[in-house]
Write a new protein. Structure first.
Length: 286
């Protein structure tokens, strides 16, 4: 069905601008520009594809665990730094938004893991240097552009979470952990904050999943534009709503489990999910 002219919403405007600024074919020949604009076909996938992708993710982690663990240590360290910062600057109500929101930029942070899986798929020898070498990829401009969208989403979530926290802490932030727990769980404002925060956080998580579930692997693999990668990711979710919802639950549940022992299990959980995301992309995009 033909679509007439319409006023672009802010999201479309940003995507269009990033597509022009970071498109890999921007300064190349017409054929390259056409390839960067071509929308890939997507497939219908099932829960069986999710489990198969997870198994391959575990295989990739087992094969390259020494190099991958070196990279993955960044995740719990970053989480601990964020938590320590919140304690130091009396931002206790922001600890959970910081740690949970950090997952919004996970697909960007996992770009090196996608590269390792891509190379293993080709039968190449891999090391942590290959993961760092992704910075020299011809698609790095588009990857940065897509990353800026997720970072912006993360910043918007933090700003929203702060406003929600005022429901329980409008008189000022708690100065001790005990007062923080008391205000959260022993007051009506605290329970309202929890309920609203979970609901709004869920919407942010859905938005992040929808625009990034295959975007970064696609950018790395085919060097398409940011707008094409985003539309393809949205189409994958639209074609497979139930399967993608299950994938979101798997990711969220795994991150929660990984975060319980002082975030240390993320050293294993994050690489497995990153590698599995690459293989899920392979199954979802023709």
């Amino acid at each position: 069905m033909a679509v007439g002219n319409h006023v672009e919403n802010p999201f479309e405007y940003v995507l269009k601008g990033l597509a022009g600024a970071f498109s890999p074919g921007r300064r190349s020949d017409p054929a390259a520009r056409a390839a960067a604009r071509a929308a890939p076909q997507v497939r219908r996938i099932t829960a069986a594809d999710l489990w198969a992708s997870l198994r391959k993710g575990v295989d990739d982690f087992a094969a390259a665990r020494d190099d991958v663990i070196f990279i993955a240590v960044i995740y719990p360290l970053a989480g601990l730094v964020l938590a320590a910062t919140a304690f130091r600057y009396a931002l206790l109500p922001m600890i959970f938004p910081l740690l949970s929101g950090f997952a919004l930029i996970g697909p960007l942070a996992a770009i090196g893991l996608y590269e390792i899986s891509r190379r293993r798929e080709r039968g190449e020898t891999v090391s942590w240097m290959d993961a760092v070498g992704v910075l020299r990829s011809p698609a790095i401009g588009s990857i940065i552009g897509m990353g800026l969208i997720l970072v912006g989403l993360f910043a918007l979530w933090l700003a929203t979470a702060y406003e929600i926290s005022l429901l329980a802490f409008g008189d000022g932030p708690p100065v001790t952990v005990a007062s923080f727990v008391d205000q959260v769980f022993a007051t009506g404002g605290g329970w309202a904050m929890i309920a609203i925060g979970i609901g709004v956080g869920f919407l942010f998580a859905v938005a992040a999943l929808a625009i990034s579930v295959v975007s970064f692997p696609l950018l790395l693999d085919r060097h398409v534009g940011v707008d094409v990668a985003t539309r393809t990711s949205l189409k994958v979710v639209a074609e497979n709503p139930g399967t993608m919802a299950l994938w979101g639950l798997v990711v969220a549940g795994s991150l929660v489990i990984g975060a319980l022992p002082a975030l240390l299990a993320l050293i294993v959980v994050v690489p497995v999910l990153g590698h599995a995301s690459w293989h899920l992309y392979r199954r979802a995009v023709a």
